[in-house]
Design a protein around this ligand. Structure first.
Ligand code: ADP
Length: 245
């Protein structure tokens, strides 16, 4: 898109001072909601996200029960006050889509076959939004699931890679997202680098796509370390004490 707004200067620095492949400052805390079976709070840049997990518990409505495995029901919700121009409350097409893709990404790591007929309910509340909330929500949700003691193959870190001013940029903020040319949210299973969420808004060449994937996967591994750190802090486990499977 042609615009007068400069998002990357001649030295390659972004308007917020980041390098092209740099994440926004990030913080994760596990176990923040005592009523929930598991929970996590995550900040990345101006995004502020809460995730709460209940279950495995009896699945309601019962016609959704699967006699062979648990189902994962995720509700992604953006609060009205999370954005400058008050979002209309309640579910909309976007939140239904995001809930579905996050449920599917989480289902691919949870050992659902251990809990026939059950439901694992994941609530994601976006309290402040500044682009990248689906990825922040998914990263937080997988920490909340681990905090709930739900057996999983791995955590699921997630981040978006975008393109603005013709350059690939990691973890777009709202301005970059608004005036940028493309956005590629992705999530992986770090143990195998299997991709469990991938969407694309806008256009990239094949070469750009490959480079964006590489940048995104590397950043997911960085987020993975922060997710694991949050869980270690929650359970006072040192890196040395951690038991690798
Ligand atoms: P993501 O948050 O995963 O990047 P989108 O690309 O759909 O998802 O949205 C980008 C950003 O646009 C959001 O993080 C939020 O800041 C803003 N936004 C999305 N939906 C709305 C809305 N209904 N009203 C106001 N702002 C919104």
């Amino acid at each position: 898109m042609d615009s007068d707004i400069v998002m990357v200067d001649e030295k390659g620095k972004r308007a917020d001072g980041r390098e092209a492949d740099e994440l926004r400052p990030m913080k994760i805390e596990a176990g923040v909601l005592p009523n929930a079976d598991g929970s996590a709070y995550l900040e990345i840049g101006k995004n502020k996200v809460l995730a709460a997990v209940y279950g495995p518990r009896e699945c309601h409505p019962r016609h959704l029960q699967d006699p062979t495995k648990a189902i994962v029901q995720c509700k992604y919700n953006m609060q009205s006050y999370s954005v400058g121009d008050r979002k209309r409350p309640g579910p909309d097409r976007r939140s239904v889509e995001i809930s579905k893709i996050i449920s599917e990404a989480l289902e691919s790591v949870i050992l659902t076959e251990l809990f026939p007929r059950a439901s694992i309910d994941v609530y994601i509340e976006i309290m402040q939004a500044n682009a990248g909330t689906r990825c922040a929500g998914l990263s937080a949700a997988s920490v909340a699931l681990a905090d709930a003691g739900i057996p999983m193959r791995d955590l699921v870190p997630s981040v978006a890679v975008g393109k603005a001013d013709g350059k690939l940029l990691l973890d777009l903020n709202k301005e970059e997202d608004n005036f940028g040319e493309a956005d590629l949210p992705l999530a992986i299973i770090p143990k195998t680098d299997e991709v469990v969420l991938l969407q694309m808004d806008g256009h990239m060449t094949k070469e750009e796509f490959d480079a964006a994937m590489k940048m995104g996967v590397a950043a997911c591994h960085q987020i993975y370390e922060m997710q694991r750190d949050a869980l270690r802090r929650r359970y006072s486990v040192t890196e040395e004490e951690e038991v690798e499977e």
